[in-house]
Design a protein around this ligand. Structure first.
Ligand SMILES: *[C@@H]1O[C@H](CO)[C@@H](O)[C@H](O)[C@H]1NC(C)=O
Ligand SMILES: *[C@@H]1O[C@H](CO)[C@@H](O)[C@H](O)[C@H]1NC(C)=O
Ligand SMILES: *[C@@H]1O[C@H](CO)[C@@H](O)[C@H](O)[C@H]1NC(C)=O
Ligand SMILES: *[C@@H]1O[C@H](CO)[C@@H](O)[C@H](O)[C@H]1NC(C)=O
Ligand SMILES: *[C@@H]1O[C@H](CO)[C@@H](O)[C@H](O)[C@H]1NC(C)=O
Ligand SMILES: *[C@@H]1O[C@H](CO)[C@@H](O)[C@H](O)[C@H]1NC(C)=O
Ligand SMILES: *[C@@H]1O[C@H](CO)[C@@H](O)[C@H](O)[C@H]1NC(C)=O
Ligand SMILES: [Cu+2]
Length: 616
C-alpha cells in the first residue's frame, strides 16, 4: 500500500465526512428519521478509566465505555465514521451484521480492509437488512479486551411477524410487551482484566502459556473486583477443577478464583516449555478488591399501565468467560436469539458465551430490587457478579419483594426446578427451507499447536495477533481467489456448504465459533470420531443425529465439549452473500492464537470495492 493511495483514501473519507453533517453519536442519538440514513461518529481514545474501580489505560468511545448504542431501523442505510485517536491501529467489526454487498465494511484487518492507523479516520457503510440485537467491537488483535465495543439495536420493520402472541393472547399484555420491545435496553455482559491487551500479549509469549484469569465481570461496563473467602470458592469447585488441581498437587483455586498458573503451565501445557515465573502475581493470584459501581436498570410503572414488562438485549461481550445469566425470583421469556425471533422459551437461566445475543422479556409484578446475576461456568475461573433490576410501582409504600437466586456462584441451578434456555430446542419463528444435500463439506479439526494459547483449525493458524500486516486485504484480490497459508476456503454463490468442527483431541473445551457474513443452521452433532467423508454421507449413515427441518439458526455456535470421547458439530449454510468472511473462535486468546479461517463465499459474484475502500 503506497503512502499516496492511503492519503487519497483518507482525504476522500474526510471530505465525505465534511460534506455530510455528522451528528455526534453520544448517547446513541442521531438526527435521521426512520428508513433513511443513520449516521454515527465514534471517536476512539486511549485513556485511564476504571470500570471496576481499578484505573488502567483502555479504549473509550466518545469518552465513555461501553460505546453508544447504534439505534437503527431495519432498512436504514448506516454510516459509522470512526476516528482512531489511540496509539494503536484499529478496525471496527459489526458482529452479526451480514454486510450484504458491502463486505469491505466488515472490519477485519487483512481480510476486508487495511488497518486504521493512529490519527486516521474510516467510514463504514452498510444497510440494515436485518432486525434485532447485534453489537460492534474492535477486530484488531486483543482490543475487544480493552473495552472497544458497544451495542446495536435494529428495530424490525412493521411487516415483520413477531412471536408475542405465543407469550400471551391478552390485549393489555400484548400492548405492554410491544411497548417494552420498542424500548428494548441493551445489557452488555463482559469480563474484564486489569492489564491492557498489548501487555497481555507480551506476557503470554514470554511465559508461553495462556493467561486464563480475569479480574471482574461487567454489566454495561460497570462492576467490582470481589475477593471471596477461600471457603466460598471451595464450596463450588467442580470435579474437573478438582482433577486439574490434583494433577498439579494443589488443593485450591487462587484468591482470584482462578486455576493457578502452575496448572496452566504444568498440567494444561504438559510437554510445553513454559515460564510461569515471568507472569506477574496480579494475573492469577493477588486479589485486590475495588468497586466501579453497580449497573441499575430502573423500571417504573405508571398508573395508566396495568402491566409492566421490560425487554433486555443480552450481549455476551466476553473475552474468555461463558456464564450463566439469571435474575433472582424472575422467570424470563427468551424471544430472540442472535437477532432473530424464535418460538419463545420461558426460563430462569441462560448460558451466555462470547458473541451471543438473547432478547428477553421480563414480566414484573411486585416492586423490588432484583439481582441480575452472571456466574462463570468455565473450569479456568470461578467468578460472579450482579447488576440490579430495580422495579417500582406507582405506590411508593408498596413492600419490596425479597428475591432469591436460581443459580449459585458457579452458575449451576440451585435446585431441579430451574429451567435453562435450550439451544437444542430452539425453533425459529420463521423457519427457512434447508437443502437436503450440500455442494461442499469442509472438516475442520480444532486443536492446540504447541503452547496452550496457540490454536488452529486443521494445520494452519490464522495470524490474528499480527500487528504489522505485510499482506493486502483478501477482499481487494477480486476477482482472483486468494490463498493465504492453508487458511482459506472458497465457495460459489447459491451453493450449500457444510462445516464440521471436530475435536482433534479430548479433553477439549467448547469453542464459541462465529461466522462473519451470514447465519448458519446447526444441523447435527455427536460423540466419537467423525468417520464420514462428508456431512451428506454422515446424514445417510446416522440420520437420527441430524435435523434438516427446523434446527437452530445463529451467527455463532458453541462446539460440543469433549471430555473423554471426541465430538463433532456440523453446521450448514446457503451462500447468498458474496465476500471474504472470517470464521473463528470468539475466545480472544484462541482467536489470537490462530483459531480462524477465511471463507471466500461466492467468489464468482464478489462485488467490486468502491475506490475509497480499494485505495484506503
Ligand atoms: C422504507 O419505507 C418504505 C415506506 O414506509 C417501505 O415501503 C419500505 O419497505 C422501507 N424499506 C425497508 C428496506 O424497510
Ligand atoms: C511488548 O514487547 C515489545 C517487544 O519487546 C515492546 O516493544 C513493547 O513495548 C511491549 N509492549 C508492552 C505494552 O509491554
Ligand atoms: C505431583 O507430585 C507427584 C508425586 O510427588 C510428582 O511425581 C508430580 O511430578 C507432581 N506434579 C506436579 C505437576 O508438580
Ligand atoms: C482438515 O484436515 C483433514 C485431515 O487432514 C482433511 O481431511 C480436511 O480436508 C482438512 N480440511 C480442510 C478444510 O482443508
Ligand atoms: C499499524 O499497521 C501498519 C501497517 O500494517 C504497521 O506498519 C504499523 O507497525 C502498525 N502500527 C502500530 C502502532 O501497531
Ligand atoms: C499447509 O499444510 C500442509 C499440510 O499440513 C503443510 O505441509 C504446509 O506447510 C502448510 N502450508 C502453509 C503455508 O502453512
Ligand atoms: C447469490 O445467490 C443468491 C441466491 O440465488 C441470489 O439471490 C443473489 O442475487 C446472488 N448474489 C449475487 C451478488 O449475484
Ligand atoms: Cu476457542
Amino acid at each position: 500500500m503506497g503512502a499516496a493511495s492511503r492519503n487519497t483514501g483518507v482525504w476522500l473519507l474526510a471530505t465525505l465526512a465534511t460534506l455530510l453533517t455528522f451528528a455526534l453519536a453520544k448517547g446513541g442519538k442521531n438526527f435521521a428519521g426512520s428508513n433513511g440514513t443513520r449516521k454515527f461518529e465514534l471517536t476512539i481514545t486511549w485513556e485511564v478509566f476504571a470500570p471496576d474501580g481499578f484505573p488502567r489505560e483502555m479504549a473509550l468511545i466518545n469518552g465513555g465505555f461501553p460505546g453508544p448504542t447504534l439505534d437503527i431501523n431495519q432498512g436504514d442505510d448506516v454510516e459509522v465514521l470512526i476516528h482512531n485517536k489511540m496509539p494503536y491501529n484499529t478496525t471496527m467489526h459489526f458482529h452479526g451484521i451480514e454486510q450484504y454487498l458491502t463486505p469491505w465494511s466488515d472490519g477485519v484487518p487483512g481480510i476486508s480492509q487495511r488497518q486504521v492507523l493512529p490519527g486516521e479516520s474510516f467510514l463504514y457503510t452498510w444497510t440494515a437488512t436485518q432486525y434485532g440485537a447485534y453489537w460492534y467491537h474492535a477486530h484488531q488483535a486483543g482490543q475487544l479486551d480493552d473495552g472497544l465495543y458497544g451495542a446495536i439495536t435494529i428495530h424490525p420493520k412493521k411487516s415483520q411477524a413477531t412471536p408475542f402472541s405465543l407469550i400471551s393472547q391478552d390485549d393489555e399484555t400484548l400492548k405492554a410487551i410491544r411497548r417494552a420491545v420498542k424500548d428494548v435496553r441493551p445489557l452488555i455482559l463482559g469480563d474484564w482484566r486489569h492489564i491492557p491487551s498489548p501487555e497481555v500479549h507480551n506476557i503470554t509469549e514470554a511465559a508461553n502459556m495462556e493467561l486464563s484469569c480475569y479480574d471482574s465481570v461487567l454489566f454495561n461496563g460497570k462492576g467490582s473486583v470481589e475477593c471471596w473467602p477461600p471457603e466460598r470458592i471451595a464450596a463450588v469447585l467442580s470435579d474437573q477443577q478438582k482433577d486439574y488441581l490434583e494433577q498439579a498437587n494443589l488443593t485450591s483455586m487462587t484468591p482470584k478464583g482462578c486455576l493457578p498458573a502452575a496448572v496452566v503451565a504444568d498440567v494444561i501445557s504438559s510437554g510445553v516449555d513454559t515460564h510461569a515465573d515471568v507472569v506477574p502475581p496480579s494475573v492469577f493470584d493477588v486479589c485486590t478488591a475495588s468497586s466501579g459501581g453497580k449497573e441499575v436498570i430502573a423500571v417504573t410503572k405508571t398508573a395508566e399501565e396495568p402491566l409492566k414488562w421490560v425487554a433486555l438485549d443480552l450481549v455476551g461481550s466476553f473475552g474468555l468467560l461463558t456464564v450463566t445469566f439469571s435474575i433472582d425470583s424472575l422467570s424470563v421469556w427468551v424471544y430472540a436469539v442472535d437477532g432473530e425471533f424464535i418460538i419463545p422459551q420461558l426460563v430462569q437461566a441462560i448460558t451466555v458465551t462470547n458473541g451471543d445475543r438473547y432478547g428477553i422479556l421480563v414480566p414484573l409484578a411486585a416492586a423490588g430490587d432484583y439481582p441480575i446475576r452472571i456466574a462463570s461456568t468455565i473450569p479456568a475461573m470461578i467468578i460472579a457478579g450482579t447488576a440490579t433490576l430495580s422495579y417500582r410501582t406507582e405506590d411508593p409504600n408498596a413492600p419490596l419483594a425479597a428475591p432469591t437466586p436460581y443459580i449459585n456462584d458457579a452458575g449451576s441451578a440451585v435446585d431441579g426446578s430451574v429451567v435453562f434456555y435450550s439451544v437444542d430446542a430452539q425453533k425459529q419463528l420463521e423457519p427457512l427451507p434447508i437443502a437436503s444435500t450440500a455442494a461442499q463439506s469442509f472438516p475442520l479439526y480444532m486443536r492446540t499447536v504447541g503452547a496452550s494459547f496457540e490454536w488452529a483449525l486443521n494445520s494452519s493458524q490464522f495470524p490474528a495477533a499480527v500487528i504489522d500486516w505485510g499482506t493486502e486485504p483478501v477482499i481487494l484480490f477480486h476477482p482472483q481467489p486468494y490463498v493465504q497459508n492453508n487458511v482459506t476456503l472458497t465457495t460459489l454463490n447459491d451453493t450449500w456448504i457444510d462445516l464440521v468442527f471436530i475435536t482433534a483431541d479430548a479433553p477439549m473445551p467448547p469453542h464459541p465459533i462465529h461466522k462473519h457474513g451470514n447465519k448458519m443452521w446447526r444441523i447435527g452433532h455427536g460423540e466419537g470420531e467423525f468417520t464420514w467423508g462428508s456431512v451428506n454421507e454422515a446424514i445417510a449413515a446416522i440420520p437420527g443425529s441430524f435435523n434438516l427441518v427446523d434446527p437452530p439458526r445463529r451467527d455463532g455456535f458453541v462446539t460440543e465439549a469433549a471430555t473423554d470421547a471426541k465430538t463433532w458439530t456440523a453446521v450448514r449454510y446457503h451462500v447468498t452473500n458474496p465476500g471474504a468472511w472470517l470464521l473463528h473462535c470468539h475466545i480472544q486468546s484462541h482467536l489470537l492464537g490462530g483459531m480462524a479461517v477465511v471463507i471466500q463465499d461466492g467468489v464468482d459474484h464478489w462485488p467490486q470495492a468502491p475506490p475509497e475502500y480499494l485505495n484506503y
